[in-house]
Design a protein around this ligand. Structure first.
Ligand code: FES
Length: 232
């Protein structure tokens, strides 16, 4: 008999060591995420996966499932918190969705639709973040970074190149390129790297292929992020 917990009243089976998020996704139940990826250890930075388990707010990606737990996720309380987290992410960077090549493919934008974020609510920080177009094949737009570190982890742990890193604190925190010049062109980054296609937002993009999918046919035009969330 497998162990189970209840997620919004529905039983979810799990194996020892699985997180609440992993078990939920494997069972076809949606808990949102931005910094989690099925091929990497939990990062626990975005907090979009926040749930209430045993009366406490926890990150579902970093909390092991426990037998008999009653977990609340799709409730007004949790969804209000997620909306506030999204609003903070939107004002922390510079997100100009209508002109972004990732629009319609972007997980941040899709979650904002999912949680009905209608206003930014907080004052925009408007951080100064340059664009790096030095690489022949790839463009970096740091304005859109949400600090999930998926590119950092993919480049270091899979590609074996450590092209990216986060640096600075607070509002000065930013993604950087590990080259003395700070330019992507001065690294061995390649368009075939996992890091080149793992960004959940629009920081790392191929050149010469923007807006290739017409509006109406993009992934989040034809289905919500609930429909397309990755399973473990
Ligand atoms: Fe759990 Fe980001 S997905 S903290």
């Amino acid at each position: 008999m497998s162990k189970t917990f209840l997620l919004d009243g529905r039983p979810v089976p799990f194996e020892d060591g699985q997180s609440i998020l992993q078990a939920a996704r494997a069972a076809g139940q949606f808990i949102p995420s931005l910094c989690w990826h099925k091929d990497f250890p939990a990062h626990g930075s975005c907090k979009l996966c926040i749930v209430k388990a045993a009366g406490r707010h926890v990150s579902a990606c970093a909390t092991p499932a426990r037998e008999g737990w009653e977990v609340e996720s799709n409730t007004p309380e949790m969804n209000n918190e997620r909306r506030a987290l999204l609003q903070m992410l939107f004002v922390e960077g510079n997100h100009f969705c209508p002109s972004c090549e990732k629009s319609g493919h972007c997980q941040l934008q899709a979650l904002a639709y999912e949680y009905e974020m209608l206003t930014p609510r907080f004052r925009h920080f408007y951080p100064e973040r340059p664009v790096d177009a030095s690489h022949p094949d790839m463009l970096l737009d740091f304005n859109r970074c949400i600090f999930c570190e998926l590119c950092v982890r993919a480049s270091r742990d899979v590609d074996g190149k450590s092209v990216f890193a986060l640096t600075g604190r607070g509002i000065a925190k930013h993604l950087t390129v590990n080259a003395e010049s700070g330019r992507l062109a001065d690294t061995d980054f390649a368009a075939t790297d996992l890091a080149a296609r793992i960004c959940p937002v629009g920081v790392i993009l191929p050149k010469g292929r923007g807006f290739a999918v017409p509006i109406g046919a993009r992934p989040y035009d034809t289905g919500t992020i609930r429909d397309t969330a990755q399973e473990d």
